[in-house]
Design a protein around this ligand. Structure first.
Ligand code: ADP
Length: 190
């Protein structure tokens, strides 16, 4: 079983690349952002709660996010492996993921991080906001707050996986297929 954390700041291209990699490596793709957005669209209580944080560019509380992620994993007992996109985003989430994987007698094989400079992130997110209708991409203050939240709570996870020799940084600037090739190279070594 190959379990990958696809990592990087908002706008790094995780969703785009995860869509391609999941087919290439036969992995189940779980995007916490997508699951939250689906709940918002379906007007569930979870969606209403998540929206109040997402609209401000803040992270949804750990307990809620962790329970939701665990349910998504449990729903796929047939999976050959997972590609986690947007999770973990805090140290508590990383610990919870370790426990969940251990429970399944498996582990995270690698964190693969897309590296992109902050100003390019802002540009990409605002551009995506014009087309996607994602409210959190349309407002520059919210976009910048998400990046700030990333540096406050999420960036530190690099060290968590570095300490286990599982961290791989990949240049996230260039054409989509170029970046895919860089990621495939790393995943092939696992
Ligand atoms: P992006 O990577 O572009 O910020 P996502 O779609 O991954 O977009 O996430 C959108 C929002 O959903 C985040 O800004 C945050 O509010 C919430 N969210 C997603 N994943 C998590 C997580 N693991 N923990 C807490 N909140 C999350």
């Amino acid at each position: 079983m190959k379990n990958i954390v696809l990592f990087g700041p908002p706008g790094a291209g995780k969703g785009t690349q995860a869509q391609i990699l999941k087919d290439e490596f036969n992995l189940v793709h779980i995007s916490t952002g997508d699951v939250f957005r689906k709940n918002i669209k379906d007007q569930t209580p979870l969606g209403a709660m998540a929206k109040s944080y997402m609209d401000q560019g803040h992270l949804v509380p750990d307990e809620v996010t962790i329970n939701m992620l665990a349910a998504e994993v449990e729903a796929r007992p047939d999976a050959q492996g997972f590609i986690f996109d947007g999770f973990p985003r805090t140290e508590a989430q990383a610990q919870a993921l370790e426990a969940l994987m251990a429970d399944k007698k498996t582990q995270i094989n690698a964190m693969v991080a897309l590296e992109v400079a902050d100003e390019l992130l802002v540009e990409r997110l605002l551009e995506r906001g014009k087309a996607s209708g994602r409210a959190d991409d349309a407002n520059e203050t919210v976009v910048r707050e998400r990046i700030a939240e990333y540096y406050r709570k999420t960036d530190v996870l690099k060290r968590f996986y570095q300490a286990q020799d599982k961290y791989h940084g990949v240049d996230g600037v260039g054409a989509i297929d170029q970046i895919t090739q860089r990621l495939v190279q790393v995943l092939n070594t696992l």
